[in-house]
Design a protein around this ligand. Structure first.
Ligand code: OAD
Ligand code: ZN
Length: 285
């Protein structure tokens, strides 16, 4: 612990200061990799590098609304194989978010993931936004009419076909957000206020490549410190005072980047804070 990197020490100092009560957390697929769910864009292991058998014009087509209208089969096949169930357990990073809530420090966690691991870790529905939707309910991609979620699952998983809408015969899909669709109302309802109120932003396990979620780090107030626990530098975060090349709101006074596995970063951070027992308890319950 004594030779913990300065970046983690700085974060520990901030969290120990009792100054931050409205933390906004932003996560992506990287926080679930240690649960055994691959991310999208890591070369080699990411989902988008492993879709050859679907013969797609481009990898993201599997989650594209226009493509689904013409050819729902690749998504149906992928969803039947990867339908989120109860086979994965929350990681240390998910439990850390639940711990922040327990300590009254969490304003909101914005997840781009559809694996429901934040809920399993104990984060309350109120504190969580599933920005890219979820598999629990379904609706028609043409007329938006709701379709029974269980029935959608049965048809996709057992019959391997896209369910048809009962009123317009359009293709039904689970209510996960596809490219070409808007985000859930709850996201739009809360994001503007949350970025104004945030006193600290913690970003973990995301490439910050998909809009509008990737804009959140540039929407928080200019005086809101930003922490990034990720394998790589992403978005407009800056490292060692060097600004990222993208249009940048970064500033070396407020950004802290720690490169590496987010579970390892969180573990180290929690041991500096003497939160490790609480963290382990949450993670094993
Ligand atoms: P990506 O796969 O684009 O990015 C994952 C990020 O996490 C990368 O920067 C990795 O380096 C990093 N990473 C992986 N494992 C990690 C670990 N153990 N610790 C720390 N960092 C790690 O996934 P997302 O950013 O979530 O949307 O992708 C965003 C959206 O693109 C997804 O929600 C999905 C996808 O298309 C839709 O389909 C609408
Ligand atoms: Zn319809």
């Amino acid at each position: 612990i004594a030779n913990a990197p300065q970046s983690i020490k700085s974060v520990a100092k901030m969290l120990a200061s009792n100054k931050y009560k409205k933390i906004v957390v932003l996560t992506g697929a990287g926080v679930s990799c240690n649960a055994g769910i691959p991310d999208f864009r890591t070369p080699g292991t990411g989902l988008y590098d492993n879709l050859q058998k679907y013969n797609l014009p481009f990898p993201e087509a599997v989650f594209d609304l226009g493509f689904y209208a013409r050819n729902p089969d690749p998504f149906v096949q992928l969803a039947s194989e990867l339908w989120p169930g109860l086979k994965h357990s929350p990681t240390i990073t998910h439990s850390f978010i639940a711990l922040l809530e327990q300590k009254g420090m969490l304003l909101r966690t914005y997840t781009q993931n559809i694996d429901m691991l934040d809920v399993l870790a104990g984060v309350s529905e109120e504190r969580m936004i599933e920005c890219h939707g979820h598999f629990r309910t379904a609706s028609c991609t043409v007329c938006s009419k709701p379709f029974d979620g269980e029935e959608c699952k049965r048809i996709i998983v057992e019959e391997n076909r896209a369910p048809s809408c009962l009123s317009c015969k359009g293709h039904v899909k689970p209510d996960i957000v596809f490219f070409g669709e808007g985000l859930p109302d709850r996201f739009h309802r809360l994001v503007k206020k949350d970025v104004r109120d945030a006193d600290l932003l913690i970003v973990m396990g995301t490439s910050l490549m998909v809009s509008p979620v990737c804009q959140i780090p540039d929407m928080v107030r200019r005086d809101c410190p930003r922490i990034l626990f990720n394998r790589e530098l992403v978005g407009t975060f800056c490292r060692d005072g060097v600004k990222s090349r993208r249009k940048s709101y970064s500033n070396k006074e407020r950004d802290i980047f720690h490169a590496g596995d987010c579970d390892e970063s969180v573990r180290l951070l929690c041991s500096l804070l003497d939160w490790d027992e609480e963290l382990d308890e949450l993670n094993s319950s």
